[in-house]
Design a protein around this ligand. Structure first.
Ligand code: SIN
Length: 462
């Protein structure tokens, strides 16, 4: 198929190892599909465990010299990589939409968001400080020095094909580590385009390695989490896979940074600015058709404003346009594959069977293709429904009513995962109280989206 890239050399279909483009030893490849049309857009190497070991070896060789480079020189490389991403926003966005399906405008936002991690860590590299501490023995001095840990295995997800790679690669490279990136099987082309830009930025051979696999994902994941050369693993993905990778990593006691599943509560108190809460909910719940780990999944609304809020939510969702990500009018694209559609459908059916009210959507949009699901609003949700305890990872706003603050907190915290949470209230003392009571890692107060403004947690007044 003909691809509309300003720089066609950004479309790479080989892995990047030791500064060279290589195929799998076996010659095997897997297909990369456009989730909107289901067309095959490219084929990428099916790396296996031996191929992966060679990438790890290349990163190890490069580490011996890269670890001794100055932080300033690493900052320059990262800065250049950042600039190249910004210079190629259109092509990178095109590749993201092609293989992930998200609307082009969202892909452009993602590229800038992704590049910002490289910019940020280029600025952090020269500021890697240690600490001094007071010793109890008067003849001793205690000083901590920050050293690069070694080769890092970075396992990235498909929902942010660029940003989740740069968020992992930026700090590792700034510190002087070398990396083996396992690209997501669904979206390897973005990862390979980033490798090409890292190459152009001048990273020495072997410092950045990007490998692709689909069928052998479990094997490659096992090697990355058990190989003694890998000192740290960073993973973003499902809780189930996270548990497996964590247990495998225990064999060599690796350092781990994991971002796993969430089931974020989104609470709307009776004193909230309802219009702001609806805007926040649209940004949180429906961003990339509900396929982000930090998405709201359980929307808890005070009984006094429940009916009014539901009317506003339905109206806001109706204004969205689901379709192909390359079409100008599209606000929401397909889900990543038909298994995602099946899971979302199962959650909706389960809720409706157990008494939830379907206000909008609720069905696959088969006229658009097998990976499309209608943007859905469910009311009168109750504990015991699947959505209460499983991450839907799809475009379903599931709304529960509550009567008291205590009840809202209990419902919100009734989850075994706690990545993110959100709430809306105009009462300052309540804001602090609830922010501290929510058992989640990130709290959005009067804001529905942490990213790309990751560090601004309070929405600016309009
Ligand atoms: C994710 O949690 O899926 C990534 C979200 C983000 O960085 O905005």
């Amino acid at each position: 198929m003909e691809l509309k890239l300003e720089d066609p050399s950004l479309l790479k279909t080989e892995c990047y190892v030791a500064g060279r483009w290589v195929g799998a030893r076996s010659g095997k490849q897997f297909s990369v599909d456009n989730p909107s049309t289901c067309d095959v857009v490219a084929k990428c190497p099916e790396f296996d465990s031996v191929d992966t070991e060679s990438a790890i070896g290349s990163a190890k060789n490069a580490f011996n010299s890269f670890r001794k480079t100055t932080p300033r020189s690493r900052a320059t490389l990262l800065r250049r990589w950042y600039e190249l991403m910004i210079e190629n926003v259109e092509d990178l966005a095109y590749i993201i939409t092609l293989e992930n399906g998200k609307p082009l405008a969202d892909s452009r936002t993602e590229v800038r968001y992704a590049a910002s991690f490289l910019e940020w860590f280029s600025e952090e590299a020269p500021r890697i400080y240690g600490d001094t501490m007071q010793a109890t023995n008067p003849s001793c001095r205690i000083v901590t020095l920050r050293e690069p840990v070694g080769v890092c295995g970075l396992i990235a997800p498909w929902n942010f094909p660029a940003a989740m790679i740069t968020r992992k690669a930026g700090p590792a490279l700034a510190a002087g580590c070398t990396i083996v990136v396992k690209a997501p099987g669904e979206t390897p082309l973005t990862a390979l385009a980033l490798a090409e830009l890292a190459h152009r930025a001048g990273f020495p051979a072997g410092v950045v390695n990007v490998i692709t696999t689909l069928e052998n994902t479990a094997d490659v994941g096992r090697i990355l989490t058990t190989h003694p050369t890998i000192k740290k693993v960073s993973f973003t993905g499902s809780t189930g896979v996270g548990k497996l990778l964590m247990s495998q990593s225990a064999s060599t006691l690796k350092k781990l940074s994991f971002e796993l599943g969430g089931n974020a509560p989104f609470i709307v108190f009776e004193d909230a600015d309802l219009d702001a809460a609806v805007r926040g909910l649209m940004a949180s719940k429906f961003r990339i058709s509900g396929q982000t780990c930090v998405c709201a999944n359980r929307i808890l609304v005070h009984r006094d404003v429940y009916d009014e809020f539901l009317v506003k939510v339905v109206e806001a969702v109706r204004a969205f346009v689901v379709g192909d990500g390359f079409k100008e009018e599209t606000t929401h694209g397909p889900l990543v594959h038909d298994r995602a559609v099946a899971k979302v459908h199962e959650h909706v059916t389960d809720a409706v069977t157990k008494g939830a009210r379907l206000l909008l959507g609720g069905e696959p949009l088969t006229h658009l293709g097998p990976n499309y699901f209608g943007l859905t609003v469910l009311a009168d949700m109750r504990p015991g429904m699947k959505i209460c305890h499983e991450e839907t990872f799809g475009p379903v706003a599931a709304v529960f009513a509550f009567e008291s603050e205590q009840e809202a907190i209990a419902l919100a915290n009734d989850s075994n995962v706690g990545l993110a949470g959100y709430f809306y209230s105009k009462d300052v003392t309540r804001c602090w109280r609830i922010a501290e009571a929510l058992e989640v890692g990130m709290v959005g107060v009067n804001v529905g989206k942490y990213s790309p403004c990751t560090f601004i947690f309070f929405e600016k007044p309009h």
